[in-house]
Design a protein around this ligand. Structure first.
Ligand code: KIV
Ligand code: ZN
Length: 516
């Protein structure tokens, strides 16, 4: 068998993924995902956009100082303050990368940047040079390359490589490309640019036409050796190429691709679940690789075939991507040391003894009711514990539900609002509706409910329900999450979490809003 070349997996769940409306994560949540990506042996983790806000800077810095096995990258627009913020945040990294970019399509240069093409080249070269003064590993991206002119791309890329970029990324920013053309474009760039052999060619495809993975794979066939992707395909608008699909396509179709990745595929499903729990973006059941039905054989004919010989209907094994690894990790007799150690393995560090004590108490009360506590339960427990703090504007104190067949459901809630207790009652179409109405009686947010979803965290009717609520007000979108064995309580927690985000939400700049 011929030796496979390495396909570098660049994960941008924490940057582009976080740009999905409502997918904002706090520093602690980002750290847990970064640790899961490291366990999966992702080559490069784009940890954020350090210049966006103080919180983003701190998150990139903490990840750079903690994760040692993957390269940590920060995005930076092609301007000095962004590059300096990225360089500073990455100072403690074992291996760091600055990813700088500028738009190169006529429509972006004219209407967004309001710059002439030569000025764009000058800004790109200056940015790459400045980044190289801060760090050895520099990536340059031509934003909206999918709609850029080939001659212009050749000019700017040649000069970016000359200035020191080691990786050249070709994003299909608006998801406009189709596989044959996109693949050919990568091939042509590599052929026409005289110094193309001095850089790794990378692609970053968005999924607006549902072609992100197909476009990425076509590019690999034409010589791209880095793919930028996200877990569960999270990302701006319709998302990015899904990491799990790219990785399993090249692994399963070894006959068709000259590359393989270094990904530990058994970590894919646990990491996917973690991203879903933290962001509150559920994974559709029929989603390839990580959807609940991806390996379920419903029809008798299929089941019979799989039992006789697995390969009749399965091209990969569920175990290979980390399904069926649900282990009962802890039970009600587990002690503090076992709890702390499992949490550490999941990437959770307790800031204080107080926090550890509180989390352990929550675990004990869950284990009393549920008996078998899985990793997914622990993830939800810690997310929940960290969301509901004494400092929250709104806190749930009491919830009283009455729901009898043939009667209108009624809810009474008691909330703490800035430390003061408030009570309200409401009726609704169902118990959840009554609960959210009662909360709204007190909060008077008048926010519009954009999404309400419930997911079972694990199998069985004793599973915790995980609720996601998305609210919009004045153009701002926030997500709230809550988990509980009782889905009405989980719904109340999720709604209050979203309201608290309105109160405390950080203001941060979007990397693609304006470049220079
Ligand atoms: O989609 C895009 O163009 C991006 C760049 C910033 C790489 O996310
Ligand atoms: Zn993108």
């Amino acid at each position: 068998m011929t030796e496979k070349e390495r396909l570098i997996i660049f994960d941008t769940t924490l940057r582009d993924g976080e740009q999905s409306p409502g997918a904002t994560m706090d520093g602690d949540e980002k750290m847990r995902i970064a640790r899961a990506l490291e366990r999966m042996r992702v080559d490069v983790i784009e940890a954020g956009f350090a210049a966006a806000s103080r919180g983003d800077f701190e998150a990139v810095k903490a990840i750079a100082e903690t994760v040692r096995e993957s390269t940590i990258c920060s995005l930076a627009r092609a301007r000095q303050p962004d590059i300096d913020a990225a360089g500073d945040a990455l100072a403690g990294a074992a291996s760091g990368r600055i990813h700088t970019f500028i738009a190169t399509s006529p429509i972006h240069m004219q209407h967004k940047l309001r710059m002439e093409p030569d000025q764009v080249i000058e800004a790109a070269v200056e940015a790459v040079r400045h980044a190289r003064n801060r760090i050895d590993d520099v990536e340059f991206s031509c934003e909206d390359a999918g709609r850029s002119e080939m001659d212009f791309l050749c000019r700017i890329i040649e000069q970016a490589i000359e200035a020191g970029a080691r990786t050249i990324n070709i994003p299909d920013t608006v998801g406009y490309a189709i596989p044959e053309q996109f693949g050919a474009m990568i091939g042509e760039l590599r052929e026409r640019i005289p110094n193309s052999d001095k850089a790794v060619f990378s692609v970053h495809c968005h999924n607006d036409l549902g072609l992100a993975v197909a476009n990425s794979l076509a590019a690999v066939t034409h010589g791209a050796r880095q793919v930028e992707c996200t877990l569960n395909g999270l990302g701006e608008r319709a998302g990015n190429a899904a990491l799990e699909e790219v990785v399993m396509a090249v692994r399963t179709r070894r006959d068709a691709f000259p590359v393989d990745t270094g990904i530990e595929t058994r970590e894919i499903v646990p990491a996917s679940k973690q991203v879903s729990t933290i962001t509150g973006f559920p994974v559709q059941p029929n989603k390839a690789i990580v959807g609940a039905n991806a390996f379920a054989h419903e029809s008798g004919i299929h089941q019979d075939g799989v039992l006789k010989h697995r390969e009749t209907y399965e091209i990969m094994s569920a175990e290979e991507v980390g399904w069926h690894t649900n282990r009962m990790v802890l039970g009600k007799h587990s002690g503090r040391a076992a709890f702390r150690s499992r949490m550490e393995e999941l990437g959770v560090q307790f800031a204080s003894d107080e926090e550890m004590k509180d989390a352990f108490q929550r675990f004990k009360s869950l284990a009393d009711k549920k008996h078998e506590v899985f990793d997914e339960d622990l993830q939800a427990l810690i997310t929940d514990a960290r969301k509901a703090t004494e400092r929250d504007h709104y806190r749930l104190l009491e919830l009283d539900i009455s729901a009898h067949t043939g009667e209108i459901p009624r809810c009474r809630v008691v909330l703490s609002v800035e430390g003061e207790s408030h009570q309200a009652e409401a009726t609704g179409a169902g118990p959840v509706d009554a609960t959210l109405r009662a909360i709204e009686e007190i909060a008077q947010s008048h926010a519009e409910l954009k999404l309400y979803s419930v997911n079972a965290i694990t199998a069985g009717t004793d599973s915790q329900g995980e609720v996601t609520v998305r609210l919009e007000k004045g153009g701002r979108i926030v997500n709230g999450h809550g988990a509980d064995l009782d889905i009405i309580t989980a719904s109340a927690k999720a709604y209050l979490d979203a309201l608290n985000h309105f109160v405390s939400g950080p203001s941060r700049s979007h990397p693609q809003a304006a470049d220079v």
